[in-house]
Design a protein around this ligand. Structure first.
Ligand code: SF4
Ligand code: SF4
Length: 497
């Protein structure tokens, strides 16, 4: 019997109308159901594992939005009222800027590149600076991280200057989303980007073989070039059921084999754009629990499904930092069903999941306890409270021998000495394995997008959540068209060998 778990709002996938929606449990899975007066009842898979859905629900942490919203709107206007409005519940953790829609590839599924659009979208250097400043002006917490995307952002001749400008504006993380073709071909570009302040390359990487990843040879050259210049890489595979879902274990293994350069893998289950039949969607859909199941099976049970936690699980660390500093801090208040992550330690004996080294629940409980004591104790007892807190955290460590030289030292340095640089060291020992499932109009949940922390800055002075920019209202199309220029030439398609 179907059972309503909660209610939300969704969109009609045919006409885009905002509709009341039920999130229901049926046959062990979670579905989102709504009824459009014109296009009838629409029911689509939301999560394939009802039990895990409920466990993740426990981590809900709703943020307070920003102090300086860009507009005031009625809640009923959501998700059609962006830039960031008074109803949005999270600040920007990661800002995105599309630098161009030009691309040196011709992927069939891409409706966004200049070739498919028939026009060029490419903001000027000055417009990009204005967008970066707008993100840094967010209050109370300025946006800390920026990702440059496209199209293919490396096609811009002024990319190094743009990265330098982001660095000068004190973004602490500067990321580049790329197919890697230009980085594979030019060590000078990798070196220049590193010198300008690039932190991490977000490399499209859909698999480990020619069948799953036609760019595999290029990807390997990018890894070699980034290794030479000490630039970190995050692999970004889009996972499609029946296409590359059998390769997720190999992708993690490839990342672990190159852990000196590859910081992690951020899997993105496919989100569908355009019209599709329910059968086509059912055939290709991968939800977060499906992906985690594949990871468990294909890593021989090393990274178990139950080891993954939803993004807001790290909120206790925000509360601790706020209690310690007395200032608002970056808060991961993204919706609990948007993403999940874990860490694996790569050792000589193979990968060790962090959950086998630390009792993660006890760790966060100890952090919670520490922030509560800090908030009550004022500033005088701060240091004493931290020492006691770290002792409590020590109880959550299961295997102290393995942790003595790595994670444990980093925790102590971070929490007691407030040496946040040591967190960077963490990445050299550990591999991040995470996933974010961007929404499409079939599984759209307005509550999720209202808590989105990944936002685009646009030249019309708006900050727009990822899942209204690329799906739902698809503000990207409006912005790109408004700022479009005629196409003066066809971009050359790169040779992939
Ligand atoms: S998605 Fe956020 S910014 Fe956009 S209309 Fe809804 S609450 Fe406002
Ligand atoms: S981009 Fe989409 S999936 Fe990711 S946090 Fe925002 S709303 Fe959630």
């Amino acid at each position: 019997m179907p059972m309503i778990i909660k209610t939300t709002k969704s969109l009609c996938p045919v006409c885009g109308k905002v509709l009341p929606a039920d999130i229901i449990e049926e046959d062990g899975a979670i579905w989102i159901v709504r009824n459009c007066p014109e296009h009838g009842t629409q029911k689509y898979l939301y999560w394939s594992d009802a039990e895990m859905f409920k466990q993740f629900e426990e981590f809900e942490g709703i943020g307070g939005g920003v102090e300086n919203p860009q507009r005031f709107a009625d809640e009923s206007e959501c998700p059609y009222a962006c830039g960031l409005c008074n109803n949005h519940k999270s600040s920007t953790l990661l800002g995105n800027i599309d630098l161009t829609n030009r691309c040196n590839l011709d992927c069939e599924f891409c409706f966004a590149n200049a070739r498919a659009c028939g026009y060029i979208y490419e903001p000027s250097f000055e417009e990009i600076i204005d967008m970066l400043k707008m993100l840094r002006n967010e209050r109370p917490v300025p946006c800390p991280a920026i990702q440059f995307s496209g199209g293919e952002p490396t096609l811009r001749d002024d990319l190094v200057e743009i990265v330098q400008a982001a660095h000068d504006l004190e973004f602490s993380q500067i990321q580049l989303a790329t197919n890697g073709i230009k980085l594979a071909a030019s060590k000078d570009l990798v070196c220049g980007l590193r010198d300008a302040g690039l932190s991490t390359v977000y490399l499209h990487f859909d698999g480990t073989t020619k069948e799953t990843n036609r760019l595999i040879n290029i990807s390997k050259r990018v890894v070699a070039n980034c290794r030479e210049f000490g630039v970190g890489i995050m692999l970004v595979p889009t996972i499609i059921n029946g296409v590359n879902d059998h390769d997720v274990g190999n992708i993690i293994k490839y990342a672990a084999d190159n852990v000196d350069t590859i910081r992690g893998v951020n899997f993105q289950p496919v989100a569908f754009t355009g019209a599709m039949s329910a059968d086509q969607i059912a055939q290709k859909r991968v939800t977060i629990p499906d992906l985690l199941q594949r990871i468990e099976e294909q890593t021989d049970g090393i990274l178990k499904k139950k080891y993954f936690y939803p993004v807001p699980c790290v909120l206790p660390l925000t509360h601790l930092a706020e209690a310690y500093t007395g200032e608002p801090q970056v808060a991961f208040t993204v919706h609990q069903h948007c993403g999940a992550a874990t860490y694996g330690f790569v050792t000589e004996k193979g990968m060790k999941p962090i959950n086998e080294l630390v009792d993660v629940d006890a760790f966060f409980a100890a952090v919670d306890e520490m922030s509560e004591r800090l908030s009550k104790g004022g500033t005088i007892n701060k240091y004493k409270t931290l020492i006691e807190g770290v002792r409590d955290i020590n109880r959550s460590v299961k295997n102290k021998n393995e942790l003595n030289t790595s994670l444990w030292k980093i925790l102590k340095d971070t929490l007691i000495k407030q040496d946040f640089e040591s967190l960077a060291e963490f990445h050299w020992n550990a591999l991040f394995v995470g996933t974010m499932h961007f929404m499409d109009n079939f599984n759209y949940d307005v509550q999720r997008v209202q808590r989105c922390c990944i936002h685009y800055a646009t030249p019309d002075g708006r900050i727009i959540p990822f899942c209204t920019y690329n799906s739902g209202p698809v503000f990207r199309e409006q912005v790109w068209k408004k700022y479009s220029k005629p196409m003066d030439h066809q971009e050359e398609i790169a040779n992939l060998d």
